[in-house]
Design a protein around this ligand. Structure first.
Ligand SMILES: [Zn+2]
Length: 268
């Protein structure tokens, strides 16, 4: 499936940006990852999913909204996957600096609203931190969005999968089958059982609903580098996830456009 982004930031000219309605324009930054996703999914999985959902969202955003998609960042903080070849990981300080400086550059272009769409679970905390700094230093509205945190999965996947299928399981494999099936090696998809399924019995307080209460490295959960039942994946499920996630993201972009920057004050 090929989707064209509606409006790319870097297709504009510097003159275009001068004429922009700076109060309502929203920049959208997709932050993905290049990291191992088990034997059946490509290294680009998070980046492909991020771009796919953003493209689908852009197609739904009102034509009245100036939503400008910045070039995607395909590298993230993926240290938990570095035991596997192919993972490219940036140190948190590097990533923080890059995201912050992109945000500062967006502000310098006169755009005070930024939606960061993150498709990698391992850097949610980083998005929070950068967003906070851009708010305080540059009076920006920074909206933090990660489809994994959207309430869209409960009727699509069984509870076991939602609790333990954290990486390369039915959710990500389904989305990839919808967006980019030619890169999925379905013959290598398995039920990659997570070690957290044992931990939840012996150490229930260390295993929460959707993640572990301790930091893990991918091999802790399953030596294959994936966890979750990838055999339950199908393209229809992936299509529904992308439809739901992109609708929410489109709403977030439209609401950011109408949000009053005057409500973000520099002084008490
Ligand atoms: Zn992923």
């Amino acid at each position: 499936m090929t989707v064209r982004l509606r409006k790319l930031f870097h297709d504009l000219t510097t003159e275009d940006l001068k004429q922009l309605d700076r109060q309502s324009a929203v920049a959208v930054l997709t932050v993905g990852a290049t990291e191992q996703h088990g034997p059946h999914l490509p290294l680009a999985t998070d980046t492909i999913i991020g771009e796919g959902i953003v493209a689908a969202a852009l197609a739904q955003v009102s034509e009245k909204v100036s939503a400008l998609v910045l070039p995607t960042l395909p590298y993230g903080d993926s240290i938990e996957h570095t035991a596997y070849p192919g993972t490219i990981s940036l140190e948190p300080q590097t990533l923080f600096d890059v995201w912050l400086q992109i945000g500062e550059s967006v502000a310098r272009a006169g755009i005070q609203k930024l939606v960061i769409f993150n498709s990698h679970g391992g850097q949610i905390h980083m998005v929070d931190s950068v967003a906070k700094h851009l708010r305080v230093k540059h009076d920006m509205l920074v909206v933090k969005a990660n489809y994994m945190l959207f309430d869209i999965f409960a009727d699509l996947f069984v509870a076991r999968e939602l609790q333990f299928g954290l990486h390369g399981g039915a959710v990500e494999t389904s989305i990839m089958l919808h967006l980019c099936s030619e890169l999925v090696r379905l013959d290598k998809a398995k039920d990659f059982k997570s070690s957290l399924e044992n931990t939840v019995n012996d150490h229930p307080h260390l295993t929460t609903v959707s993640d572990a209460a301790f930091s893990w490295s991918s091999q802790d959960l399953n030596p294959a580098g994936a966890c979750g039942d990838a055999t339950q994946a199908n393209a229809d499920l992936g299509r529904v996830v992308v439809e739901r996630a992109s609708r929410i993201l489109a709403n977030m972009i439209e609401e950011a456009a109408t949000f009053s920057l005057a409500s973000l004050s520099s002084n008490p």
